[in-house]
Structures are given as structure tokens and as C-alpha cells.
Design a protein around this ligand. Structure first.
Ligand code: IVH
Length: 716
């Protein structure tokens, strides 16, 4: 580290760094913990970049807990072990109501004459973790390890955005004092949606796919390179405490419930499902949670029930492996055995060929399972599953059913191992396995299977969202030769469609209308996203559309130019892999042909730069317009303007949409029959717009007398 030069650092710089860090941490908390952001991504980025610049200029401001460090530091050679101050125990299980009641009876016998309340919260299925805070600052993170000693993964946990780095400001806002020492225990998890998205990305990159969210969370948390952890969507949920030490005179926590409320106040995410209950009420809650299980964003495998009062917990103590004051009520396993009839391979939109287990249909936890992904060739080999085997199938939450492994006792003599096909099942081209990839790919650009998947993605919610054009119709259109690529959709005629089975006048008309509708609705960001360019998701598509005028302009950019724009700060989060992928997509003549045909069909939305510079487009610009940097929220119905479209207008013009009313909201747009948000906004003095006033913002010139500041709207 360079020697600090005291003259270069003014007290103002230090104060500004403190301010920026506090502000960024608050917005992280609003975004990642409360799910209620109050500023736009652009405004957040501006704070972040100012802090980065300040830290770059003054290395002596360095702080390992600075939000700028959340991107991950240098890779480690190995993890260092470190003892826990207090052992991390396991939990005993109860599988039936009788077992639960027997536990409660034992507890109450050990606490004679006492009224016992229980605190019950979901049993997260992830990786147990201990986070240590000294004087309110995050200082270490340890895995559970063997309970006595864990692995130090501090650098990795710093990248988990919903873990607070400093407790002081959160605590002060919640009217609490931060303890001198607190060890917060909880689980590192991955939301089911994030898990699916991660696996999809991994699959497209030919990288390792994870069997379930727990493996994905544990694997991501235990990376030697914290930058990999930083790129994984991990979350931490707090459920308990290790050692705590409060300042002299300060009171500790009396119960589990109170401790959880305090942790929430310190800025941690805590499951909202936690409940205080009597022994007789617990089992009903367990059953209720079991029914809600699928709807929860995270995988849970049961309910953990704890004696609430901490003095009772101390009195009850521990057995050799688990506390006498807590127990896990586990949901029944969702596994079953069935015959693996065959292994088929299917071709995805990027040409990746995925093996699929074709199973004799079997009920797994109430759902009939007939197919399960086997991910890739290595996975089949590692599990050693062979067509003809009896296999164990399991389902965890809403996760795609998976084949756990073969039941070797039931394997017929001489059963042959599966041989991965050498050619594409759809077009018979030879398959290629790229270096460092687990996936085989069909590289034939004209492969009909790839084309079908491409159209399906293009028409799906992730793409242009063409209503009514589901997979079944895409199969039919492709098989009849009517649609081989997304551009064909815009050339379909009523006559083409009427030639198809089960297609009547009305349906054909609807199809054409829906395709037209999707075309007129498409923004450049949507269209870029719909192309299914490898590594280009919704967010990246938005970034690109915010800069480039149209697909031609984007298509002309070389990988080097994209990287340069990223370095200049004109495009964010475009790394070398994305830049190369974008450039490769547009270098492909078939894809170029697609663009020509989109333009001819009138599918040619314009992007951010065009909107800013053209002035005639009638849109507020990304920068400087009355919408840029402003936060909006909608209530009630707008006339002829779907809320999603209104929100898209705001975002396209550089504004952002908040999740709830707060005093940081710039405008509440109230339509027909507004909800309770209106009263709240009025109380907080937030400017309220009607539909006409809202639309007016988009017509206003970039600068000038109609540029509206907060409050000036009240004059309308
Ligand atoms: S309390 C003394 N609460 O379950 C142990 N544990 O089988 C007290 N777990 O490794 C633990 N969710 O990681 C508790 N809401 C919850 C939990 C939970 C998941 C895990 C924990 C532990 C395992 C014990």
C-alpha cells in the first residue's frame, strides 16, 4: 500500500467518503433486504462511482468494508480454519406430531411450572454461516465446519449484498445500540428464481450446473476467488446468535423473538415467517408452512422451533450434538424410485445438447414426474445412470425433478452404459464439445431444433412476449416450414395460417394481431433481449439499448469498441465475455439477415441515444429531462395505458420506479380508483400527478420553463 500523503487528504474527503458509504449501504439495504429501492440505478451508480473515484485518489481512505469492495478481492490459495467462540450445534429432527409433542413435553418437564413460548421460523436449506461484528463493524465470516472450527470466508461474504458491513447507522435508525460484539448466525441461500437463472447461464456457458439451490449457494459461497462469489446471487438470512457482548449498562436480549427483531433493526434479512406460538399451535403452523412452501422464494425443508426465552435456553443447555431447546420439524422427503426408460437428448436455443431422462411416470410428493434433466455427459457418467436402471428421483421445492442416482441392487446384469450421441438428433450434424465446456453443441446455424428454440425464446415473456404463440404452435409452424427464424413470424399471412390444422379464421386473425401488437410494443431493449445473444440478459439488453440508436448501430460495434465504451463509463457492466458474445452474434451473416428482415417488417425500435438527440421523438431524454433521475410510483388504473408500459416509459427516459411510497419518492401517478398509496403520498408531501400531467412530462423539452422540480407540480 502506498504511503499516505497527509496533505492530499482533506477532512472533507474523509467526511464525503463516510457519507457516500453510509448512503450506499442504506440504498443496498433498501434494495437487497427490504426490496423497496428509493433511487434509480443511475443515481445509485453515480454515488458508487463518486466513492470509487475518491478512494482511487486517496488510497489512505481504504476500508475493507467499503461498499466498493463488494465486487470481491484477490483469490485465496486456500481457506484458513478458525475456531468458533461458541460451538455451532446441529438440530434434532421431529417427523411427526407425536415427536413434536414429546419434545415439548420434555422441555416443559425441565422447566416446571413455567409458561413456555416457542419461536418458530423456516428451516432454510443452504449453508450455515456465522458473521462476526466487532464494535458494529463486520470483521469475519465462518462456515459451520465441524461445529468447533469453521473456514474463514470473510472476503466472500463481503460480496453478499444483503449482509450489512456496518451496523451502527441501521441500529441508530431503529433506535437500537449496536453491541460491542455480536455473532450473527444464519443461512446463505439462493432464491429459487436466481438458481434457475444461474443454471441457465451456466448451461449456456457450458459451465457446471447445480443440482439444487443449496448446492449452488454452498458452491458459490466457498469459492477461492471472491469475484466469482460476487457474481452469484447469494442472500443471507439471520436466524440466531453466537456470542454477544453489550456495552456496560446496556440490556441484552430476553428472547429469540426480540433478538430477531433486533437483527432486523441492525439491517439483516430475517424470515418474515417467524412466529411466536404455544406448543399446541406449532404443528398447525408447520402444516400451514408446508402448504405455502412452493410459493416461498427460497427452498425450505421444514420448521425450526426454539424455546423463546434465552434464560430458558441456557437452563436447558445442549446434548452432545444438539440443543435441548430447539428442534427441526422436517417436511417429508420427496423422493421416489422408478425405471429409467431411456435417455434422450434435446437441442437448446444456443445449440447446447442436453440429455433428458425419460422415466416411467411416478408420483413424487404429489406431482407426476416423467422426465428429468441429466444436465450433461459428465453428470451421467458421475452418477453412473444407465437406461434400464431403477433410479431414485427427487423433487425439492419447485426445482426441476432430478435423478439422484441408480439403485444398484436392482440393476439388471450386463446393463450397458449410455453413449452420448455423436450427431445432432435434429439435423444430424456432428456435435462439438468446446474446450473447457461440459456441454456438447450443435454448431449448425440452420439446425431446425435451434431455430425452434430461438423462436420460442423470441416470443416468450423474456422476449417480445407474443401472446398466444406457445411452444405447441411454434413446433407446428416450424415443422410446416412457415417459421424457421424469428423474422419469419412477421411475414406470416392469414392464408399461411389457415392452411394449418385446428386453425380457424378467428384464431388466425388473433395470431396476426398479437404479432403486430408485440411488434408495436417492442422497445429496443426488449428486442435486444429477445435475440437471445449469449450472456445478454434483460439488464445488459437495457444497458445496450440505452446507448445505441438501433440494432444497426449496435451491430457495427466491435468487441473492442464495446469494451472501450465500458471503460469510458458510457456503458456499464460490459466485460470482455459479453463484448465478444455481442460482436460474434452480429458478425454471423444469418443474424445480420435477421436484422434486415426486422427492419423491412417495421420492427425497428430506437434506443436511448436516438431519443436524447432527436428531440423530435417526443421523448424525455435519458439525461437532463424532467423524468431523468426521478422516482415514480403508480396507483390506480391509467386510461388505455397499461402500468407496465407507463413504467417502461419512465425507465426509458432515465427515471426509476419505486416499490412503495416514501418521502424520497418524486412523483406518485394516480389513475382511476387509486389505493392507499395516495393518502400516504399526500401525507408525506409527495407530488401527485394525474395521467395528463404524467404524460406531459414526456412531451416537455429537455430544458426550459416546463422542466418540473419536486413541488412545482402542486401549481397545476
Ligand atoms: S437454529 C443449535 N434456525 O439447520 C442450532 N437453524 O440442522 C440452532 N438451519 O446447520 C440452529 N434454518 O444451518 C436454526 N431457522 C433456522 C434454520 C437453521 C436452517 C440449519 C442450520 C443448521 C441446521 C441444523
Amino acid at each position: 500500500m502506498p504511503t499516505p500523503s497527509p496533505s492530499s487528504l482533506t477532512p472533507f474527503d474523509a467526511e464525503r467518503a463516510r457519507e457516500l458509504r453510509a448512503s450506499i449501504e442504506r440504498h443496498n439495504h433498501l434494495y437487497y433486504v427490504l426490496d423497496a429501492p428509493q433511487i434509480s440505478d443511475a443515481a445509485y451508480d453515480a454515488l458508487f462511482r463518486e466513492l470509487e473515484a475518491l478512494e482511487r485518489e486517496h488510497p489512505d481512505l481504504a476500508d475493507p468494508n467499503s461498499p466498493t469492495r463488494r465486487v470481491g478481492g484477490r483469490p485465496a490459495a486456500a481457506f484458513v480454519s478458525r475456531p468458533h467462540r461458541q460451538r455451532m450445534y446441529s438440530l434434532d429432527n421431529a417427523l411427526t406430531e407425536q415427536e413434536w409433542l414429546a419434545f415439548a413435553e420434555r422441555v416443559e418437564k425441565l422447566l416446571p411450572g413455567q409458561e413456555v413460548d416457542y419461536f418458530a421460523d423456516p428451516k432454510f436449506d443452504g449453508l450455515a454461516m456465522e458473521l462476526i461484528y466487532e464494535q458494529g463493524r463486520f470483521t469475519a465470516a465462518l462456515t459451520r465446519g465441524d461445529g468447533e472450527t469453521g473456514e474463514d470466508i470473510t472476503a466472500n461474504m463481503r460480496t453478499v449484498r444483503n449482509i450489512p458491513m456496518e451496523l451502527g447507522a441501521h441500529a441508530a435508525r431503529s433506535g437500537l445500540a449496536a453491541p460491542e460484539l455480536i455473532e450473527v448466525r444464519g443461512e446463505v441461500v439462493m432464491a429459487k428464481r436466481d438458481f434457475h437463472a444461474l443454471n441457465e447461464r451456466q448451461m449456456e456457458d457450458g459451465a457446471k450446473v447445480f443440482a439444487n439451490p443449496r448446492n449452488a449457494a454452498a458452491g458459490s459461497a466457498r469459492q477461492l476467488d471472491p469475484r466469482i462469489t460476487a457474481a452469484r446471487p447469494l442472500k443471507f438470512y439471520a436466524y440466531g446468535l453466537g456470542e454477544t457482548r453489550f456495552a456496560a449498562g446496556a440490556r441484552g436480549f430476553a428472547g429469540q423473538r426480540e433478538a430477531m427483531d433486533a437483527l432486523r433493526g441492525y439491517g439483516f434479512a430475517v424470515a418474515p415467517e417467524g412466529r411466536l406460538a404455544k406448543a399446541a399451535e406449532i404443528y398447525a403452523y408447520f402444516l400451514e408452512l408446508g402448504r405455502r412452501r412452493e410459493q416461498l422464494p427460497f427452498e425450505i425443508d421444514g420448521l425450526v422451533v426454539k424455546v423463546d426465552r434465552l434464560d430458558f435456553q441456557a437452563e436447558l443447555g445442549f446434548t452432545a450434538r444438539s440443543p435441548r431447546w430447539a428442534i427441526a420439524l422436517k417436511f417429508p422427503a420427496r423422493q421416489a424410485q422408478t425405471k429409467l426408460a431411456a435417455i434422450e437428448v434435446q437441442v437448446g436455443r444456443t445449440g447446447v445438447v442436453t440429455p433428458v431422462a425419460i422415466l416411467e411416470p411416478v408420483s413424487v410428493g404429489g406431482v407426476t414426474v416423467g422426465r428429468a434433466t441429466l444436465h450433461n455427459e459428465d453428470e451421467i457418467r458421475a452418477k453412473d445412470v444407465r437406461p434400464g436402471d431403477t433410479v431414485v428421483v427427487q423433487r425439492a421445492g419447485d426445482v426441476i425433478p432430478e435423478v439422484v442416482g441408480p439403485v444398484l441392487d436392482k440393476r439388471p446384469q450386463g446393463l450397458a452404459a449410455f453413449v452420448f450421441p455423436a450427431t445432432c438428433p435434429a439435423c444430424a450434424s456432428p456435435l462439438t464439445r468446446l474446450p473447457d465446456e461440459a456441454a456438447w453443441r450443435c454448431l449448425n446455424l440452420a439446425c431446425p431444433a435451434v431455430g425452434k428454440q430461438h423462436i420460442a425464446y423470441f416470443a416468450s415473456k423474456s422476449g417480445l412476449d407474443i401472446q398466444g404463440l406457445g411452444r405447441r404452435w411454434i413446433e407446428i409452424l416450424a415443422d410446416k416450414g412457415l417459421a424457421r427464424s424469428p423474422a419469419d413470424l412477421f411475414e406470416l399471412t392469414r392464408e399461411d395460417l389457415l392452411g394449418l390444422e385446428r386453425m380457424g379464421e378467428k384464431l388466425a386473425g388473433n395470431f396476426i394481431a398479437q404479432i403486430e401488437e408485440a411488434k408495436s410494443r417492442a422497445s429496443l431493449a426488449k428486442l435486444i433481449g429477445a435475440l437471445g445473444i449469449r450472456l445478454v440478459g434483460t439488464q445488459t439488453a437495457k444497458t445496450l439499448a440505452g446507448y445505441f440508436t438501433d440494432l444497426d448501430a449496435l451491430g457495427r460495434a466491435t468487441a473492442e469498441e464495446l469494451l472501450k465504451l465500458n471503460e469510458n463509463g458510457q456503458l456499464h457492466d460490459i466485460g470482455p465475455a459479453i463484448a465478444a458474445s455481442v460482436a460474434a452474434f452480429f458478425a454471423n451473416p444469418q443474424n445480420r439477415d435477421l436484422l434486415v428482415r426486422f427492419k423491412a417488417a417495421g420492427l425497428w425500435p430506437l434506443g436511448g441515444q436516438a431519443k436524447i438527440s432527436s428531440g423530435t421523438s417526443g421523448q424525455g431524454g435519458e439525461s437532463g429531462g424532467p423524468v431523468a433521475g426521478k422516482t415514480f410510483l403508480f396507483t390506480g388504473a391509467l386510461d388505455g395505458l397499461p402500468r407496465s408500459q407507463a413504467q417502461a416509459m419512465v425507465e426509458a427516459a432515465g427515471g426509476s420506479v419505486a416499490a412503495s411510497v416514501s418521502k424520497n419518492l418524486d412523483y406518485l401517478v394516480a389513475g382511476e380508483a387509486p389505493g392507499s398509496k395516495l393518502a400516504k403520498a399526500e401525507k408525506l408531501g409527495v407530488a401527485v400527478l394525474n395521467q395528463a400531467q404524467f404524460l406531459e412530462l414526456f412531451k416537455a423539452p429537455k430544458t426550459g420553463p416546463t422542466a418540473l422540480g419536486r413541488g412545482s407540480l402542486l401549481d397545476f
